[in-house]
Design a protein around this ligand. Structure first.
Ligand SMILES: [Zn+2]
Length: 78
């Protein structure tokens, strides 16, 4: 969540109940009314989300690197 002052408040919002599309987030002495817009509107849908690499390490364990590549694999495992 981005605020005009540049702060990111995901931690606070994680505690907020936005199931009905709105929430009140209290931060210090200020209270923010947060409304969830209709799904997809102004959201970052075009941003590639990082996923865990599908590759495996030499020991056969799941690679813990995260990648946004379409292959689902980090730069080591492509
Ligand atoms: Zn990997």
């Amino acid at each position: 969540m981005y605020f005009p002052n540049g702060g990111m408040l995901d931690d606070e919002l994680n505690n907020a109940d936005i199931s009905d599309g709105k929430a009140t987030v209290r931060l210090g002495t200020k209270t923010y009314d947060v409304k969830v817009k209709s799904k997809g509107e102004d959201c970052l849908d075009n941003v590639v989300k990082a996923t865990q690499c599908k590759g495996r390490t030499k020991k056969g364990k799941r690679c813990k690197n995260e990648t946004g590549d379409a292959s689902g694999k980090c730069h080591w495992h492509r």
